[in-house]
Design a protein around this ligand. Sequence first.
Ligand code: PLP
Length: 385
Amino acid sequence: MLTPFIDIVSQRREIGPAIDAAILSVTESGQFIMGPAVFAFEAELAKFGQAGFALSCSNGTDALTLLMRAWGIGPGDAVLCPSFTFASTAETVALTGASPVFVDILPDTLTIDPGHLVKTIEDLKRDASSKPKAIIAVDLFGQPANYPILRSIADTYDLKLVADSAQAFGCTLHERHPIYWADATTLSFFPAKPLGCYGDGGAILVKDEELHDRLTSLRVHGQATARDVRNSGFAYDPKYLNLRLGITGRLDTIQAAVLLEKLKIFDKEIELRNRVADRYDRGLVGAAVKLHKVIEGGRSVWAQYTIEHAERDALAAHLKSLSIPTAIYYPVPLHRQPAYAAYRSGPGGLPVSEAKARSVISLPMGPYLDADVQDQIIGAVREFR
Ligand SMILES: *Cc1c(COP(=O)(O)O)cnc(C)c1O
């Protein structure tokens, strides 16, 4: 291959020795669970993401699960989310016993369509079988959804607003992170995400201390937090006072140590990703492919650079013959997946999500993509019919 589809190794030329030293220091400390790096990382993450509080956790899926539990979402509740996303967005809702309800996306940015969202909420309100409780917007491929409008819709209908920013930590809209509008942002540090660790990891950003406290408890089996203990009079180790049903949802200290090092260069990497995206945008002007747009005032972190072509399978084969890897995110929207067949979609169905699933194709993307290699990729796309 000319380049890996997502190159997670080149970064080691920049900070490999620092990361290895950070891992080794955790190894030697023996503090594998909830060591000091976990708390240091949470503080840095909150600062970077302009959030009141950051709670690290085991992965991006558990981040959503913890939030659903913290808000008591369950049977009889409906949570609105896009169908054109990774499974976790809806899976975590369904596992609580609540129903994900699928909403279509906008054709140019591929984020949730606010107009269709409103129609779907109105449709749900006419039916007493489930009560809308929350909206999960997805910052697809690295760009922010339209949060100012989503916030006003959430306020109008008294719903929680979540930013599933698993692919998009660092994205901004008018220089503000999604948490400025959302009640909570969930993150994934899966290695292929723009800010990835050396295994699984995730986090939740929140504004309010009470929610942070509840999430802290749920992360470790619902055990009492310092605040709970003050109110309880319990005389034993608060670890063994279980106030809620929680999970094992901690981030490993080693992963926190890796992330602390990576966060130091993350701003620079976002800048490099934007340069790579600009080069694709300029190089593909006039080519027989549809390019996507970033919302006005938005800054993407470019988890993916995705284009569209009516014959995208043939385009993928053409690129493969030239040793250029590609990927399809996503070939089947969730409302067409067997696991989600029982859940409903908004009025009129999801024609945009279905059309995108047939035409999208993602090109190699990353902060260290070589300009000459990228020009070969651009040339190869341009020469395809
Ligand atoms: C990756 C991803 C997740 C899940 O993150 P994990 O860390 O893999 O559990 C959730 N939502 C979206 C949109 C994602 O892309």
